[in-house]
Design a protein around this ligand. Structure first.
Ligand code: NAP
Ligand code: G4F
Length: 329
């Protein structure tokens, strides 16, 4: 019999790659999307999977929508990827971010505990939880303390603790994937990698003449979403529920990202890049670099993309899509 997977946030970057990965591995895939007034754009990342997956309206904040679906589907695996996932935006809409991410996850855990205790559950935890903390050797790992620096990070710490609590108190197979930044052509274009690549390609094509950014000195550990969804699935098929860091172990500043992209396109970045308060954060998470030895050793996870091959793929994608109203993924 085919295994059944239920994905919240299926229409997002990770949800769409995870759906593909699970289909390739012979799962039946179900997911929820929220009601949106513009229906045309909502399933763009999933259009190519039409007829292969089952999508229904549902919302983490509507517990009845979760109960109805989980009782009906009885999924073997539930991936909770739904979130207000933009850190900068979380300072503008802190109540919504915390309510959506934290109470949304609580609704899902209560639904599983009350109606489907055998469903395994994956929680999309984040390196944003580490905030100000870095170990003495310059890495963050499973043992590193959490000191989040944003409403988003605080909401994710709540969900991390909830996952452990439901694992211990109710014996649920509940896992935390502590994923560092991961990107792809499907990354929303207001995250820094997509914004830099898309704008640089438009500058090259004379459709834009400037790129306005916030902090250029913060460092991030950037991997590829396709590699990271494989890690999620490995964790769910481990012999026991546990928490794992997923990262590349390399870190670069936003400035270095810009240098790579502009050089690749043969553009002088100093002519086009400026900074604005608009894109700064009240508190910045300055440095991320993950140690993923545990998942490599225990689950055999290994990324296929390098930073360069990932950015090159994004450049190629935006070269085809930079002037389209409807993007083809
Ligand atoms: P994303 O592209 O922003 O996707 C998030 C999805 O969640 C969107 O489709 C969104 O739908 C949906 N969603 C939000 N609130 C919902 C709700 N109440 N009910 C149902 N669906 C809801 O994010 P991503 O990059 O794929 O990330 C997936 C998850 O991993 C997120 O939880 C994120 O916080 C976490 N994470 C991401 C990274 C990363 O670098 N990408 C790293 C660590 C952790 P709408 O389009 O309707 O808003
Ligand atoms: O691309 P970003 O917006 O990603 P951020 O804030 O690191 O968050 C992402 O990764 C987290 C994992 O650590 C996820 F949990 C979260 O859901 C999300 O996927 O910003 C990256 C860096 C930051 O230091 C930011 O200040 O780029 C800097 N930056 C500089 N100028 C900018 C800009 N970020 C954005 N979005 N836009 C700018 O103009």
């Amino acid at each position: 019999m085919k295994k059944k997977a239920f994905i919240t946030g299926i229409a997002g970057q990770d949800g769409s790659y995870l759906a593909e990965h699970l289909l390739e591995n012979n799962y039946e895939v179900y997911g929820i999307i929220r009601r949106n007034s513009i229906t045309e754009h909502q399933r763009l990342r999933l259009n190519h999977l039409d007829n292969k997956i089952t999508i229904e309206y549902g919302d983490l904040l509507d517990i009845s929508s979760l109960e109805n679906k989980i009782i009906k589907i009885k999924p073997d695996e539930i991936y909770n990827l739904a979130a207000q996932s933009h850190v900068r935006v979380s300072f503008d809409i802190p109540h919504f971010t915390v309510m959506n991410n934290a109470i949304g996850a609580l609704n899902l855990f209560e639904t599983v505990k009350n109606h489907s205790k055998n469903s395994k559950i994956y929680q999309a935890s984040s390196s944003e939880m580490f905030g100000r903390c870095v170990d003495e050797d310059g890495y963050q790992r499973e043992q590193t303390r959490f000191e989040p620096t944003s409403p988003y990070g605080c909401s994710k710490v709540f969900c991390f603790n909830l996952t452990k609590h439901y694992r211990i108190a109710y014996n649920l197979f509940a896992v935390n994937g502590i994923l560092f930044n991961h990107e792809s052509p499907r990354r929303g274009s207001n995250f820094v990698t997509s914004k830099v690549v898309k704008t640089a390609v438009r500058i090259k094509n004379k459709l834009d003449d400037k790129l306005v950014l916030g902090n250029l000195d913060s460092s991030r550990d950037w991997g590829h979403s396709k590699d990271y969804v494989k890690a999620m699935n490995l964790m769910m098929n481990h012999s026991k529920p546990d928490d794992f860091v997923v990262a590349t172990g390399e870190t670069r500043t936003v400035r270095k990202l810009c240098e790579y992209v502009f050089k690749k396109l043969d553009l002088d970045m100093d002519k086009y890049i400026s900074q604005s308060e608009k894109f700064m954060r009240p508190e910045e998470l300055k440095f991320l670099c993950g140690d993923s030895s545990k998942i490599k050793k225990e689950l055999g996870w290994k990324p296929e993309y390098s930073f360069e091959s990932m950015i090159d793929e994004m450049i190629e994608f935006w070269e085809k899509n930079h002037d389209k109203n409807v993007i083809e993924y």
